[in-house]
Design a protein around this ligand. Structure first.
Ligand code: SF4
Length: 432
């Protein structure tokens, strides 16, 4: 049986310590251990109030883990993360996030190093027929603490301990994961991560949880839950259950469990703590439907088919600009019947006046498709904002200013839902 602690978050440090103790303590870690913490810092927007709730691991819990490691005498602690960059800013997004969250203070206070995956070396690792480039620091660590957020994910259903490991891959490998071949699709690739990086301890941060994740377009809840386990698969099975998603319906969890000869349900898990995992939270919806989102805002004349698993991280972030352009240009009158296709397998419907192909994969797939009436292409991998502006102009979508500014407008739009609600407390995301 595998122990999984599920405790209520009540106080800094004490709640984390309680969860870790119930899960059997850090155990194998010692003063001389080289420890890597892998949080989930999957995005950042500088110069705007970025909605971090349920999207990012809280700075509070990261500092508490560092303090706990200090009790074991550990001195060599590194935070490793790789935030996807769409268009380069002068500093990397991880550097900006580290400053914004005060993680850089941990360096002065406890000697913690922060490593940006995209600026560090990679090692090629093979698991079965999958070969990916993995950050070398995490592979060299004696002890890895995986710190995902308790959140849903539109493509993978949940993004917990297993999925969080994607952030240590280089960008080329992340693209490979979103394979168009359904027999080796995103879920198949995610299921190989634990064979490449094996966390010693998983702490799922559920102070805030997220529906329709994994990005700020979702809806966060203050849930005050910490899940802790020495066993990655068990932590994820319990995390999914708390979100109201049967782990047996999450393809990557069932693949990992089956590969290890483990049951896909909870029968090999011993829950420790005071929380009933079946009733702790209202079920969290996982899919974010852009079409529905726009329709609710009364925006007409634009069609977004449901995003599939082949859309990789770069293009997923680029979609922020595609959608924000529509939001910015919408002035109450309908667009001229535009269909927007993404990823590697979407097909045109043949019924729309214009079809916009986003990214090199779509251009390759449908660049000559006779079903398309009027085609516009945004080439590139990743596609560029400049080409998006040009394409929109040709489609009669007139936009003001710089696309980077549109992204900020949409970020502010998603932040509005939390303003004036005291349970959404920025202090959880800021070390002082
Ligand atoms: S064009 Fe987009 S979907 Fe295709 S490989 Fe590049 S980033 Fe991925």
């Amino acid at each position: 049986m595998y122990d999984v602690a599920v405790v209520k978050y009540e106080k800094p440090f004490e709640s984390l310590k309680k969860a870790v103790d119930l899960a059997g303590s850090l155990g194998d870690v010692s003063a001389g251990s080289k420890v890597v913490i892998k949080p989930n810092i999957c995005g950042w927007d500088e110069g705007v109030d970025f909605p971090k709730y349920g999207v990012l691991t809280t700075a509070r819990l990261i500092e508490d883990v560092v303090i706990l490691l200090g009790e074991y005498g550990v001195k060599d602690i590194t935070i490793v993360e790789g935030v996807t960059e769409s268009e380069k800013e002068s500093e990397s997004l991880l550097q900006l996030a580290a400053k914004g969250m005060g993680l850089d203070i941990l360096s002065g206070r406890y000697g913690v190093k922060i490593i940006d995956v995209h600026k560090a070396p990679f090692t090629k690792v093979t698991a079965g027929n999958v070969r990916l480039s993995v950050n070398t620091n995490i592979l060299d660590a004696d002890y890895v603490i995986d710190m995902p957020v308790l959140k849903t994910h539109g493509q993978a259903l949940v993004s917990l301990g297993i999925k969080n490991l994607k952030g240590v891959l280089n960008m080329a490998s992340r693209k490979v994961c979103h394979n168009a071949d359904q027999s080796i699709d995103l879920n198949y690739h995610i299921s190989k991560f634990p064979e490449m990086v094996s966390p010693s301890f998983t702490i799922i941060d559920g102070i805030y949880t997220l529906e329709r994740g994994p990005l700020p377009s979702g809806r966060a809840h203050r849930s005050n839950i910490i899940i802790a386990s020495k066993d990655l698969i068990s932590a994820d099975k319990v995390g999914a259950t708390i979100l109201g998603i049967d782990p047996q319906t999450v393809p990557h969890i069932t693949l990992v469990a089956t590969n290890k000869g483990r049951p896909t349900d909870l029968r090999d898990i011993n829950i420790r703590g005071e929380i009933d995992i079946k009733t702790a939270l209202k079920p969290h919806e996982s899919a974010f439907n852009i079409q529905l989102f726009l329709e609710r805002l009364g925006i007409k004349g634009v069609t977004f088919p449901k995003i599939d698993r082949t859309l990789c991280t770069y293009c997923a972030y680029f979609m922020d600009y595609v959608v924000s352009g529509i939001l910015m240009a919408s002035m109450g009158k309908p667009f001229d019947d535009i269909e927007i296709l993404t990823g590697k397998i979407m097909e045109p419907s043949g019924v729309h006046k214009h079809t916009l192909l986003v990214g090199q994969c779509q251009v390759k797939k449908n660049g000559k498709n006779p079903l398309i009436n009027h085609r516009m292409e945004i080439r590139g991998c990743p596609p560029s904002n400049k080409d998006l502006v040009e394409a929109y102009k040709e489609l009669g979508v007139e936009l003001p200013g710089n696309p980077l500014a549109w992204g900020k407008t949409v970020t502010e739009f998603f932040m509005r839902q939390y303003i004036g609600r005291p349970e959404f407390d920025e202090a959880f995301f800021k070390i002082r």
